[in-house]
Design a protein around this ligand. Structure first.
Ligand SMILES: [Zn+2]
Length: 300
């Protein structure tokens, strides 16, 4: 499945997106402000050292993920192009000297998008190439591909040999290796409900909630509920503004990076749609700040 294609199809033509750029000031999305250091978009995510009190043995056992300096951002998503939903934040973090790692659990082998390609390895290879292009445009490290089956992550999740079980173990290993201080993945809604997205949420959340000691901030990208939310976002899950904890700002050059990243996904969107997506999200939703909901309290 193509992820953003749902949005793009709903978004319609470029003029529709551009029209949204002229939305009146009253259309500004209301959300709780969060202090934001202009030099570090993730500064607000820093939090006090956490209690080391003993408790039930976590499964899996992981070391502290807190690093002494700089943002260390880990984005774990289901498919190539998922990262576009918060891409400016990745671009800014990387530009600010942070470490940015993006992992794709599947390579989208079941999502031919706008191509005539059959599902399978050839399609997956193409989508990996597009993802590399995107991540390079955002300035992040070389992406990682776990090459799990597109559309399979939530299948028979209870079984010992299920994709979910494998996914959870891989996430735990990754957290231990990367030691991020910020983790971004899909929220429980999965954006528009894709089962792979929901599976990513549960796997990542499951691992982090079991960690002992300082755990990374876990952020879910959030589309705020708004009376004047664009019709193009109908069908996408919304988050009440009172629950939006982080508004991470970006600059025009970060949006430019996202434009370049979106343009990499030629298999998923036609040229008009690739151009329209950043404008839609920037003009109708973000307006300079990408919204997130923190999964866990920073005081815990
Ligand atoms: Zn996806």
């Amino acid at each position: 499945m193509s992820d953003i294609s749902t949005l793009i199809k709903a978004a319609g033509s470029i003029p529709a997106a551009i029209a949204l750029m002229t939305a009146p000031a009253s259309a500004q999305i209301q959300a709780e402000p969060v202090p934001d250091d202009p030099d570090n978009p993730l500064e607000s995510l820093e939090r006090p050292a956490q209690s080391q009190e003993a408790g039930p043995a976590p499964v899996p056992q992981l070391r502290s993920a807190r690093r002494a300096t700089g943002p260390n951002v880990l984005a774990i998503v289901a498919h190539p192009d998922d990262e576009l939903f918060f891409a400016p934040v990745l671009a800014r973090a990387a530009r600010s000297g942070g470490k940015v790692t993006v992992v794709f659990a599947t390579s989208g082998d079941a999502g031919p998008g706008v191509t005539d390609m059959e599902p399978g390895a050839e399609l997956a290879a193409l989508r990996e190439e597009e993802a590399r292009c995107s991540i390079n445009a955002l300035g992040a490290s070389e992406p990682r591909f776990w090459q799990m089956g597109d559309g399979t992550l939530a299948v028979m999740a209870r079984k010992p040999d299920s994709p979910m079980r494998s996914l959870t173990l891989r996430v735990a290993e990754l957290i231990e290796e990367i030691e991020p201080n910020v983790v971004i993945t899909w929220g429980p809604d999965g954006g528009y409900g894709h089962s792979d997205h929901r599976a990513m949420n549960t796997a990542v959340t499951q691992v982090l909630q079991a960690m002992e000691g300082a755990r990374p901030d876990l952020l879910y990208p959030a589309l705020p509920v708004s009376d004047d939310a664009p019709s193009q976002l109908e069908g996408w899950a919304k988050t009440h503004p009172s629950l939006i904890t982080d508004r991470l700002s970006y600059e025009p050059r970060d949006l430019d990076a996202m434009r370049a990243a979106a343009n990499c996904y030629e298999s998923q969107f036609n040229a008009a749609a690739r151009a329209a997506l950043p404008e839609l999200l920037h003009a109708a939703v973000w307006r300079g700040n990408v919204f997130f909901r923190l999964a866990f309290s920073r005081s815990n």
